[in-house]
Design a protein around this ligand. Structure first.
Ligand SMILES: *[C@@H]1O[C@H](CO)[C@@H](O)[C@H](O)[C@H]1NC(C)=O
Ligand SMILES: *[C@@H]1O[C@H](CO)[C@@H](O)[C@H](O)[C@H]1NC(C)=O
Length: 279
């Protein structure tokens, strides 16, 4: 008799706890966003809700979750905007209007593995822009206006393997940007790159298995010999996009892998030799 009562009480208590748990994801799951739990991960979908500021939403009570904020009207990410979002492992911020990312904006996201910032208006990656994202493995930041990346912008991202940077306005990458970054995939299509040195760049890319370099105005000069040699050395195992020469005019439209070293870097007779010939 007593055992029965106890069992019933336990049953009621546990089902109440279950109800409470579902209700306790957080306030945003009851109103603004839709939340779905699957295999111990909660997906919080707040896409296209007209959200202008992050103060309009609030964190959920869950140990691991994905936060989808794609297609809103965010303009600025401010200091500590995500400080109470420690459970987020995937954060989608694509298709907003973000032009400003304050230092410390990503504080609290030390467990974040994937960050999507595509289709925004970000102009630079400063030393502190990505500060605190020490678990980040995947960064998507294509279709922005990035012209400038600080040498130290990635230096604390020791887990970063994928970086999607296509369709920005990069004319150069800083020296040592990928030192201690275990990149395997890098997409640089549609930028303004003319050259790609070995020292300070290719030398740190030994783990790369996919590199996309199309649609850049490559200057096929002596300085591109290192890239040509590097592409040849990895071409059998890696997926590599075409590198087409923009300049000089005589090589315009040619594919780097079909241009000989001699064409890239014609040896001119030195002046002294010429003087010797004519005298
Ligand atoms: C984060 O949570 C703490 C403790 O609940 C609270 O005092 C603080 O205002 C929150 N910060 C933000 C930015 O929401
Ligand atoms: C291409 O590189 C050569 C050799 O470094 C340089 O003289 C030339 O100005 C460069 N052209 C462009 C368009 O950058």
């Amino acid at each position: 008799m007593h055992i029965w009562i106890l069992k019933i009480i336990l049953l009621i208590a546990s089902s109440l706890r279950l109800i409470e748990m579902y209700d306790n994801y957080g306030e945003i799951c009851r109103n603004l966003c839709t939340c779905e739990e699957k295999e111990a991960i909660l997906t919080v979908s707040c896409e296209n809700r007209g959200i202008v500021r992050l103060t309009e939403i609030s964190p959920v009570q869950f140990s691991m979750y994905h936060l989808l904020l794609t297609g809103n009207l965010l303009k600025k990410l401010s200091l500590n905007d995500f400080i109470n979002y420690t459970g987020v492992t995937i954060l989608h911020l694509g298709n907003n209007d973000i032009s400003e990312v304050e230092s410390g904006a990503f504080n609290g996201l030390q467990g974040l593995k994937r960050l999507h910032l595509n289709n925004n208006k970000i102009e630079s990656l400063r030393e502190d822009t990505l500060a605190g994202l020490e678990s980040l493995e995947y960064l998507q930041i294509d279709y922005n206006y990035i012209t400038n990346i600080d040498t130290h912008a990635l230096s604390k991202l020791h887990q970063l393997t994928v970086m999607i940077l296509n369709d920005n306005m990069l004319s150069t990458l800083p020296s040592n940007i990928f030192r201690n970054v275990p990149l395997t995939h890098l997409d640089l299509r549609g930028n303004r790159l003319k050259m790609f040195p070995y020292i300070g760049l290719l030398e740190h890319m030994d783990k790369v298995v996919e590199l996309q370099l199309e649609e850049n105005p490559w200057n096929c000069s002596c300085e591109l010999i290192a890239l040509k040699a590097w592409l040849e050395s990895i071409a059998y195992t890696a997926l590599v996009g075409e590198v087409v020469c923009e300049t000089p005019f005589r090589l315009h439209g040619r594919d780097l892998d079909e241009v000989s070293k001699q064409e890239l870097c014609p040896r001119r007779p030195s002046r002294r030799l010429c003087q010797a010939c004519t005298s």
